[in-house]
Ligand binder design. Structure first.
Ligand code: 5AD
Ligand code: SF4
Length: 465
């Protein structure tokens, strides 16, 4: 048993990264058995689930469409807000029932919730029917644990690892667009955020390994890579590399589209802006969380920039990167946020007119400084602020989308539309979702599309042959 320890996350020190290359072979001992994998949370978790799936399939498991047909269920959990936890706990109830009904049914918990000591205590008591718990640093231990005798609960969670694991095999969701981890963890310690504790200190992968991975993807027909990091543009600070050089290297592999998420305003340099504007295959799309428009709240959040500094960076990007789309994240109801502070947030939304924004009500996370701050704004006021903010955000998303009406844009087609079988869907270079009348043959191509309708969250278009 190895338990998580939030306090270790604070001991940042100057430890060197340990690069470990896996080279493991497993036998297909579970052939004929099925797995059901459910993922909660961010892109990092989505990509981690691609590793989990690969490990399960290497051991012989095949995917089950329906959880009732599964022999094993894996929940890759998210800890970012309380409602993410509620969903996992709700689903665990269903798993408990299945375990009672079926012989030899296994339950595995992975992901960020498993890095929280308080949750682990609950797993040991309330959810003691869970078979295996692994953390975010040791997904590669899953096969070894599955091959052990599971008479007793196995909890193997490590905190703040210095390791950078290479050689993880991914069973990717798409054959067209691929997530590529470039950096793990976060050293920013925004006061509301659990990520530095659940994902450990900032560690960058070696540039050569990343470029090799992208070249491999190009050779296998991938059209797009999305470089992933909690603070993607802080890439390289720990190993004397620069994100701008990495971006350039990735663009030169010949991949048709390069994206990257998520950027922190504090780390965004002019060199990065130059590289993005220089290479046509680096997409003009930047997700740049602002979190609040009030300097007082930004300071309490430990965001390291002021409203003015954000606006300066925003304008620079708009000036220098042709046709760039910028989206953001915003939290309302942070402890101490007054109506005036909230109005500063509305003001920055009016000034930036974002292409889109993910908006959240502050959710206190155990172990973070903000969870201890005095918070006397009633929840109904917070929700009302969220509602007002969303109305404004949606207005600008729609206005930005409407600017594309009757224009011809390039779309990378990713699949058949879920709502209508006669349509396919894809994304513009600026990451706008487009539904297009057309058949499956165009999936995987970058096509020209004339935009015929614009809503807040999507566009409709016609394929121009
Ligand atoms: N409460 C509400 N929103 C949060 N986020 C991160 N932590 C919290 C929290 N405790 C939001 C931030 C971040 C996004 C991924 O989630 O806006 O950018
Ligand atoms: Fe969390 Fe801030 Fe790090 Fe983003 S930059 S992961 S919000 S601590």
């Amino acid at each position: 048993m190895h338990l998580p320890d939030l306090s270790i996350a604070k001991e940042r020190g100057k430890k060197e990264n340990k690069y470990i290359t896996l080279n493991e072979n497993y036998q297909k001992v579970f052939t004929g058995q099925k797995y059901f994998l459910r993922t909660y949370g961010c892109q990092m978790n989505v990509h981690d689930s691609e590793a989990i799936r690969s490990y399960l399939e290497v051991l012989g498991y095949s995917p089950a469409e329906d959880i009732n047909d599964a022999n094993i269920v894996v929940l890759n959990t998210c800890a970012i807000r309380e409602n993410a936890k509620d969903k996992v706990v709700g689903f665990l109830g269903k798993c408990k029932y299945l375990k009672k009904m079926k012989d030899n049914f296994k339950i595995v918990l992975a992901g960020c919730m498993c890095e929280q000591p308080d949750f682990i205590k609950e797993v040991q008591t309330k959810y003691n029917y869970v078979d295996i718990v692994i953390g975010t640093h040791n997904i590669h231990d899953l096969p070894k644990l599955l091959l052990q005798d599971l008479d007793t609960q196995k909890i193997e969670v490590y905190s703040n690892s210095d390791e950078v694991i290479e050689g993880i095999k991914y069973k990717r969701d798409s054959e067209i667009t691929a997530w590529v981890n470039i950096q793990l963890g976060c050293d920013k310690f925004c006061t509301y955020c659990i990520v530095p504790y659940t994902r450990g200190r900032e560690r960058s992968r070696k540039k050569e390994s990343i470029i090799e991975e992208v070249k491999h993807l190009v050779n296998h027909g991938y059209k797009e890579v999305a470089l992933l990091g909690q603070n993607v543009n802080a890439y390289g600070k720990d190993i004397n590399e620069k994100f701008s050089d990495l971006l350039e290297g990735v663009a030169k592999t010949g991949i048709e589209r390069v994206r990257f998420v998520t950027s922190h305003p504090w780390n965004f340099t002019d060199e990065m802006i130059d590289v993005i504007s220089k290479y046509p295959n680096i997409m003009p799309y930047i997700h740049l969380p602002i979190q609040s428009g009030s300097d007082k709240i930004l300071k309490k959040m430990n965001r390291r920039y002021t409203k003015e500094e954000y606006l300066e960076l925003f304008s620079k990007m708009k000036e220098r990167i042709p046709n760039v789309a910028i989206t953001t994240d915003i939290i309302v109801g942070f402890p101490g946020e007054t109506e005036e502070d909230f109005e500063e947030t509305l003001d920055i939304v009016n000034k930036c007119q974002f292409d889109g924004a993910y908006t959240f009500v502050f959710s206190p996370r155990i172990g973070t400084p903000a969870s201890l701050m005095k918070d006397d704004t009633p929840i109904n006021i917070k929700e009302e602020r969220l509602h007002r903010l969303n109305e404004l955000v949606n207005k600008y998303s729609k206005l930005n989308n409407q600017k594309l009406l009757n224009k011809v844009v390039e779309v990378l087609v990713l699949g058949v539309s879920e709502k209508d079988n006669n349509k396919v869907y894809g994304y513009t270079d600026t990451m706008k979702l487009v539904n297009i009348k057309g058949s499956k043959e165009i999936i995987g191509s970058i096509i020209k599309v004339k935009i015929t309708d614009a809503k807040s969250f999507s566009l409709d278009g016609e394929y121009i042959k």
